[in-house]
Write a protein that binds this ligand. Structure first.
Ligand code: NAD
Length: 509
């Protein structure tokens, strides 16, 4: 597949009932390759009528999907997973050209997507409710798990496929239809990926493109039944409010500013490699990026030198070349991170490495949104950079005097997504696991995921869980069923009440 031919094919399209349609909208915007600054495609902000058509198709398809046996759904999801694997190189190339991330990271993303899909294909048919001990002799009491109906998934651009599949695989396995509204900055990647679901009944998995207004219409639509949102806090709040008006269930995966603690007992070389990866994978545009690096004072200077040496090895450039770091998603994001950097320097932080736009890139990348991976030292707890999400290639190193101070500062955040610690001390490992207020704690294992275990945040990082058993239940209702097969009288509590059970007569009246 030639990538530009694919971009041309997908321009102006959305995905309805198993096929690509050209939107009738007059609102089309260019899609820019962030490595080169060139326009590569056109994104349609689809019309409200087109969204309504997609929602109607989803509701019809969902009934058919839920009517199938659990085994049939499982087999079709496994088939989708196999297709994802087959098309992974093509999708990853489109992803790199559209979002800038290194090709290898795109391929990884696809692999996490098909393994999650295979996982939920089995879990969805394995766990469908439970048999309860009844409270009445001879009766059958049980719970059954039922789909929500039509699930809307709204996404950011940083992991367009894996964030989609961590939710969609569970939602589909639970018997829902899914409508995805990808980010304006990764919609071509999602559109090309839709081929993976050719085996599913048309309408079970669809994609509409556009911005906030398309997303908001899907959220408040009376014929959609659940929203899975990943993105910023303000948008998450707006979605939670809109859902609250309708008592519509939602999952919110929002921002993070994860701490990364390094203690003197750690293997400092490994920890330096670990933090370099945790801070700069996908150019730091990861919700669980290491953004507040608390280093014990006894090893601070040595560790800072090791980190600078590691970061100096990173190759920056076009994600289709042999590089470790690509550009940021778009120019607006680079400008935002440059402002955060300037403020930190103004407040007294020192640049130990990077800190500017690279000057030695080839001519064809001159229009790209590159920013050097940057290490900041002499960062103090009061600085603004430690109190908001960076979401870019900056690693601020803050000195701490003790484990207690590190954990205290780590928890002094409005966010609570992930948290990391490097230590060889088993007591510190145990205390960190218990005391860090976060959805995930990584001890010497930064940023790992496991489809079988729940992922999500606390505090302003979000509400609800994806992945694991919890992530399946996120997308389904539990129904309680009680059956008396023989229609017996239930006089142990029916009318008429016996005199013996009436309020005892008061002898004084
Ligand atoms: P964003 O909130 O600007 O946009 C996310 C999506 O919401 C986009 O598809 C956008 O079109 C849509 N949207 C915007 N307004 C809407 C509205 N009113 N109603 C419905 N949809 C609307 O986020 P972003 O800047 O694209 O993403 C970056 C953020 O995502 C970062 O804060 C990052 O931490 C977060 N993130 C979180 C996780 C997680 O799992 N917790 C994972 C990845 C990214």
């Amino acid at each position: 597949m030639d990538a530009q031919t694919e971009f041309d094919r997908l321009s102006g399209k959305y995905y309805l009932s198993g096929g690509y349609r050209t939107s009738a909208t007059d609102k089309r915007v260019p899609v820019i390759n962030p490595a080169t600054g060139s326009a590569i495609a056109e994104l349609a902000h689809v019309t409200i009528a087109e969204v309504d058509e997609v929602v109607a198709a989803a509701n019809a398809a969902q009934r058919e999907w839920w009517a199938m046996s659990a085994l049939e759904r499982s087999e079709l999801l496994h088939e989708a997973a196999r297709t994802m694997k087959a098309i992974a190189p093509e999708v990853a190339e489109i992803m790199t050209r559209e979002t800038g991330k290194p090709y290898k990271e795109g391929v990884d993303e696809l692999s996490w997507s098909y393994t999650a899909t295979d996982y939920y294909a089995e879990l969805g048919r394995h766990s469908v409710g439970s048999n309860l001990g009844s409270t009445v002799r001879g009766q059958m009491h049980y719970t059954s798990k039922e789909p929500m109906g039509v699930v809307v998934i709204i996404l950011p651009a940083n992991f367009p496929i894996v964030l989609l599949m961590w939710e969609a695989a569970a939602a589909l396995a639970a018997g829902n239809a899914v409508i995805v509204k990808p980010s304006e900055f990764s919609s071509m990647t999602t559109l090309t990926f839709m081929r993976a679901f050719d085996a599913l009944p048309p309408g079970v998995f669809q994609c509409v493109t556009g911005g906030g207004e398309v997303g908001a219409h899907l959220v408040s639509h009376r014929d959609t039944h659940m929203v899975g949102f990943t993105g910023s806090v303000p948008t998450g709040r707006a979605i939670a409010r809109a859902c609250a008006d309708m008592f519509k269930p939602y999952l919110i995966e929002a921002s993070g500013n994860d701490p990364f603690i390094v203690m003197p007992s750690a293997d400092l070389v490994t920890a330096a490699r670990g933090v370099t990866f945790a801070a700069f994978i996908n150019c730091g545009q990861v919700c669980t990026s290491a953004e507040r690096i608390y280093v014990h004072t006894d090893i601070y200077d040595e560790f800072a030198e090791l980190v600078v040496a590691e970061v100096a090895k990173l190759r920056i450039g076009n994600g289709l070349d042999r590089v470790d770091i690509g550009p940021m998603e778009h120019a607006g994001e680079r400008d935002r991170v440059e402002r955060i950097l300037a403020r930190a320097i103004e407040q007294g932080a020192r640049v130990a490495h990077g800190g500017k736009r690279p000057s030695d890139l080839p001519e064809e990348l001159a229009g790209g949104c590159f920013l050097e991976p940057t290490v900041l030292i002499d960062v103090t707890p009061d600085m603004d950079i430690l109190h908001g999400e960076i979401f870019g290639p900056v690693a601020p190193l803050c000195r701490v005097a003790s484990f207690d101070e590190a954990v205290g500062l780590a928890n002094a955040s409005e966010f609570g997504l992930g948290a990391n610690i490097y230590t060889a001390d088993i007591v510190e490992m145990d205390r960190a696991a218990r005391e860090l207020v976060a959805g995930m704690v990584w001890v010497n294992a930064p940023l790992l995921d496991n489809a079988a275990g729940p992922f999500g945040g606390r505090k302003m990082s979000g509400i609800g869980r994806q992945l694991g058993q919890e992530g399946l239940d996120t997308f389904r209702h539990t129904k309680l069923v009680m059956i008396d097969y023989v229609q017996s009288d239930q006089d142990f509590w029916w009318f008429p009440y016996s005199d013996a059970e009436a309020f005892p007569t008061n002898p004084t009246t």
